[in-house]
Design a protein around this ligand. Sequence first.
Ligand SMILES: [Zn+2]
Length: 276
Amino acid sequence: MVERPLTLMAVHAHPDDEATSTGGILARYAAEGVTTVLVTCTDGRCGDGPGGVKPHEDGHDADAVVAMRQVELRASCEALHVTHLETLGYHDSGMMGWPANDEPGAFWNTPVVEAADRLAELMRRYKPDVVITYDENGFYGHPDHIQAHRITMAAVEQTGIPAKVYWTTVPRSAFQEFGKVMQEMGVSWDEPDEPAQEMPELGLPDDEITTWVDTSAYGGQKFQSLAAHASQAENIFFLRLGEERFTELMGVETFVRVRDTTGAPTPESDLFAGLR
Ligand SMILES: [Zn+2]
């Protein structure tokens, strides 16, 4: 039997989502010789445009936004040494309730089975041992994040390939820490888009988190990855922290394990525990 390298697949909604919640693990596992596959489901057309033009402002040119964000995504992947980038190319659906939700080609408007079939094909090609996506609320309720969750879980069900599946999460204790830093910086934490109507409660109590991965040695790469997406206003806040403070705050990435065939005990500090 030919020994193949361990493989990690992260399924994200938009260009830039790979940076904040999984930039550290993508960099760390690549450095450890793991094959890393990033699947980005949408083209990010509802993001900020060149010059900071907002999606509902005149002069927001979706094609220009897509082109810019593709360049940024590739630069981010270079910073993280991602082995394979796969883009599914669905249209960004915008925030919940936006007219873009229902447009043809919008990810949210795409039948789950259809997109899951394409993702299942990628799982058959890359045979990931570990797959990562969001929880059923897409962490914070964005329709494209919810859809990424749905197609990933459907593709896992269909193929049965990954030994371990994780959802990204944030410990509730970290939010408190974060609030303090924000105050220090004199920043009020406003969501860049409309305030969400029905926000799900974010993150998990610390004792429900199964997996804590130390990625502090890769803080520089994670910061570079985020810096590649500096066109998006919500990333600028993090960049203002500076590399050192950013690494201190974001140097541990946390997950909840939802599928496991290895029997590795939890809490664990390695996504590949039980596999090597
Ligand atoms: Zn996103």
